[in-house]
Design a binder for this molecule. Sequence first.
Ligand code: NAD
Ligand code: DAU
Length: 335
Amino acid sequence: MKLLVTGGAGFIGSNFILYWLKKYPQDKIINLDKLTYAGNLENLVNSEKNPNYSFVQGDICNLQLVNQLTSNIDTIVHFAAESHVDRSILDPAPFIKTNIEGTYILLESALKNKVARFHHISTDEVFGALPLDSSDKFNEDTKYDPRSPYSASKASSDHLVRAYATTYNLPTTISNCSNNFGPYQFPEKLISLAISNILEGMKVPVYGDGLYVRDWLYVEDHCEALDLILHKGKVGETYFVGGLNEDIPNKEVIRRILKMMGKDESHLQFVKDRPGHDRKYAIDWSKMKRDLGWKPRHSFDEALEKTIDWYRKNQDWWKRIKSGEYKKYYKTQYG
Ligand code: NAD
Ligand code: DAU
């Protein structure tokens, strides 16, 4: 395969590139990334010399550049996005631009250059929120109900991908996944923020009552799901990828991390809630199991241990991030 990976310097994108180059050394990957605050080429330093890997710094909204890159590949794996809900609440503009217009530009280019597959990475957040006491899960029939600027922009991009598949027969697949965690996650998301704060001796901010529930997915399990979708998935289909079979409230997630790191609960700090905070996400990934034989390999606790270990061993990586522009963001967000 010759892949154009967008957003490959970000958290999931870089994990995907590292996974793919190891498993399919004969494949070629072009990584197109704008290097926003979330992009970090350090994640891929071990791939720099690989002749089958190349990096292009650029914007997915640049049609000319995207056309040039797309003319020479067969598969697009589209990760590039503004991805953090809290930042979308502070300033929605880049979310609208990258997530909607950027996806449109990629679709236009994929069509023009007749790519064999356009795979779009989306999120379970486009389906809104489940009540805490419900045992329902999002499935392929759940209707869209995005509630933040981030999820609304991702929902728009999903609709555009389906429109190009229906109207122009573009060979697309979509995956909607739950909350990823693992190595190389920018320390603004709950788990990466919690572990790095604890390592620095800081408290962990918990929004509202801390009873919000997410469906946690280890990033390596996500990469395996994408591998199966790209190799065995059916064009035109949507696949749901999730990690958990139990509800674990945020407060409990942090308690587990504290326990694993040998700290007590005095490190929990309840702070002002996120506006429009979605109560619960839960994803039914039975189609991935039934059709593609996928299931997450890691239990939540195993994956947490691995993640804590990675952040312990790679303190330079996150300390460099936390010493820059991040400080200003942290002050705006948490006071
Ligand atoms: P991330 O924020 O870590 O990385 C995003 C990457 O995209 C960065 O490298 C950034 O530089 C790049 N980028 C942003 N705007 C760009 C532009 N205009 N042109 C080119 N590159 C640009 O994000 P992530 O957590 O790795 O998420 C990747 C994808 O997965 C996103 O589409 C996100 O919506 C989706 N997703 C993420 C999660 C999660 O838990 N992290 C869950 C579900 C879906
Ligand atoms: O569900 C998939 C989505 O997961 C992805 O589409 C997004 O790109 C990704 O950012 C993530 O969104 P969330 O808003 O769920 O993730 P976040 O890590 O920001 O928050 C997880 C939960 O933890 C949520 O209930 C809010 C809460 N939280 C978060 C932060 C950053 C806190 O209590 N305190 C915090 O400091």
